[in-house]
Structures are given as C-alpha cells and as structure tokens.
Design a binder for this molecule. Structure first.
Ligand SMILES: *[C@@H]1O[C@H](CO)[C@@H](O)[C@H](O)[C@H]1NC(C)=O
Ligand SMILES: *[C@@H]1O[C@H](CO)[C@@H](O)[C@H](O)[C@H]1NC(C)=O
Ligand SMILES: *[C@@H]1O[C@H](CO)[C@@H](O)[C@H](O)[C@H]1NC(C)=O
Ligand SMILES: *[C@@H]1O[C@H](CO)[C@@H](O)[C@H](O)[C@H]1NC(C)=O
Ligand SMILES: *[C@@H]1O[C@H](CO)[C@@H](O)[C@H](O)[C@H]1NC(C)=O
Length: 263
C-alpha cells in the first residue's frame, strides 16, 4: 500500500466518523422533536371517546384530558362523560316527546313558567356542542386540591378559563347515576354528587359552553334555586343549578316513582 492510498483511507475514516457524528446528532434532534410533538399530542387530545356516546350523538366532542391524568383517572373521567351523555339524552327525550312536560311537577319545580324551547336548546347544546376547548387536568396545578383536601372535587382555573383541575377527591366523593336515590334525597345528596351531573356544572364554567355566561351561577343554594323557578323563570332557564337539579330530579323519577327530591 503506498502512502497516497493510506492517506486516502485515513481521510475516509475521518469522513465516515464525521458522518456518523452528524447522523447521530440529526437522529437525536428528530427524536427530540417527535418526543416533543408526542407530549403536545397527549396534551391536546383525545377529544372523541367512541365508547362514550352512541346514537345521534356518536360523534360528540368531549373535553380534552391532560397528560397529567393517569389511566385510572382517564377511565373515571370517561365514565363521567358517559353519564353526562345519558342524563342529557334522557332529558332531551322527555322534553321533546311528552307534549305536557311543561306542566309536570319536575319541570315546574325547576323552570316554573320557563319556555320549553329555551330549556330544550340548552339541553341539546349540552349534549353535543363541542367541548374540546375545555382541558381537564389532574396535577393540582394551583395547589387548591391539597389546600381544600376532602372538600374540593375540582375547580375551574380563574387564570386559565379553559382549564379545569380534577382533584383526587372527585374520584372518592362522586357516584354514578346508577346510585340515584340510594344515598338520600336530593336535598342531602345533591346533583353535584353524581359525577355525570357534576361534570356538566364544570362544563358551564367554560366561556364557549356557557356562551359567555348566558348560562351562569346566578344562584347556588337550593332555596334560591327554587325561588328563581317560582319568581324569575327568565333566569331559572339560564341558571346552572336549575339545570343540575332538573336533570337529577328527572332521572330520580325515572328510577323511582315520585323521584327522590324529597322523602
Ligand atoms: C354532534 O357533534 C359532532 C361533532 O361536532 C358532529 O359531527 C355531529 O354531526 C353532531 N351530531 C348532531 C346530531 O348534531
Ligand atoms: C393514578 O393516580 C391516582 C392518584 O391520583 C392513584 O390512586 C392511582 O393508583 C393511579 N393509577 C395508576 C394506574 O397509576
Ligand atoms: C308526560 O308528562 C305528564 C305530566 O305533565 C305525566 O303525567 C306523564 O306521565 C308523562 N308521560 C310520559 C310518557 O312520560
Ligand atoms: C331575576 O334574577 C336576576 C339574576 O339574579 C336578577 O338580576 C333580576 O333582577 C331578577 N329579576 C326579578 C324580576 O326578580
Ligand atoms: C331529605 O332527607 C333528610 C334526611 O332524611 C330530611 O331531613 C329532609 O327533610 C329531606 N328533605 C326533604 C325536602 O324532604
């Protein structure tokens, strides 16, 4: 082998090493980008849960679930979505098929003289309006779950109007619709104790779902909620709690004659 070809081989080796180095760098960069994309993808989706909605609302778009929610959390939250669909679907069916529903005890109790078309519009909207703008997270981002342990099941983030934190207490304190009437009347064991209905309350904190507080918490305690229906139907059909109680009361009447508003 002459000097020239030796030099050529050495140059070749240097060239190859450099190529490998650059290749590794590029590969690392690509992996990093993919990794980053993955993280954002988890943060952004999924938004449709095929196992949750069926029938006319099979394509409903649900809130996004943040990557800080583990598989157990996601399973629970997905069940809450399913109950939300069930309870709104049932209400929609009753409201649109019973031509005397506005005279029923349950309707009167929560909406008084409120107009059927307004209530029906909100219920239909609740069922299928896109909720992907809402991000549910499980990381106690503001430390409020810890601060109000065994009290806060979750909270809307004032600083991020499209985010809601779900606290661990949510999983311990909230029950499925199948428990309706088993834990006491709706005065003791209110609508928000049912995870599907509590989730609806959380939806309404989001501007795109509340339509910039067209639906809002004008009253929160039971007496005020009942009074609103009796004296101020215009606002009863815009008040979150009137909807939550109505949905629970209606479901109670489905599972038990006379329901379980009281005993
Ligand atoms: C429900 O919403 C989805 C997603 O936005 C849409 O594709 C579907 O057509 C809607 N269904 C009804 C019955 O409006
Ligand atoms: C998910 O997190 C909760 C606490 O927030 C914990 O109790 C549960 O075991 C976790 N599940 C998994 C699969 O890690
Ligand atoms: C329709 O509503 C009325 C009350 O206004 C009630 O008595 C009746 O049982 C309801 N019918 C059905 C099929 O739910
Ligand atoms: C109805 O309720 C709304 C919201 O609380 C209030 O602003 C309004 O004054 C009430 N109207 C009547 C007639 O009481
Ligand atoms: C609900 O149940 C509790 C406990 O049994 C009772 O004290 C209360 O009066 C009931 N509420 C109504 C409205 O009947």
């Amino acid at each position: 082998m002459d000097v020239k070809s030796k030099k050529f081989r050495r140059n070749n080796v240097i060239f190859l090493s450099a190529l490998i180095c650059i290749g590794t760098l590029v590969a690392a960069l690509v992996l990093a980008i993919i990794g980053h994309k993955d993280a954002t993808a988890v943060k952004k989706g999924p938004k449709t849960y095929k196992t949750v909605a069926t029938g006319e609302w099979a394509d409903a778009e649900f809130p996004r679930i943040h990557s800080t929610c583990n598989s157990t959390d996601v399973e629970f939250i997905t069940q809450a979505f399913a109950d939300t669909t069930e309870v709104t679907k049932y209400a929609k069916d009753v409201l649109s098929t019973n031509d005397s529903v506005v005279d029923s005890e349950v309707y009167k109790r929560w909406f008084g003289e409120g107009k059927l078309y307004e209530v029906l519009g909100v219920i239909e909207g609740l069922a299928n309006v896109s909720k992907t703008s809402l991000l549910l997270r499980c990381d106690d981002a503001d430390g409020l779950c810890k601060k109000y342990q065994n009290y806060y099941a979750g909270h809307h983030r004032e600083s991020h109007p499209y985010e809601t934190v779900i606290c661990d207490y949510f999983y311990d304190s909230r029950v499925p619709l199948t428990e309706m009437c088993n834990r006491g009347n709706l005065t003791q064991f209110g609508p928000k104790k049912y995870y599907g209905i509590d989730m609806i309350h959380r939806y309404f904190h989001v501007p795109s779902i509340s339509q910039d507080e067209f639906i809002s918490e004008f009253s929160e305690d039971l007496e005020e909620t009942l009074a609103l229906a009796e004296n101020n139907a215009t606002y009863a059909v815009r008040n979150v709690d009137n909807y939550l109680y109505f949905l629970a009361d209606l479901w109670g009447n489905k599972v038990k004659t006379g329901g379980c508003f009281d005993n």
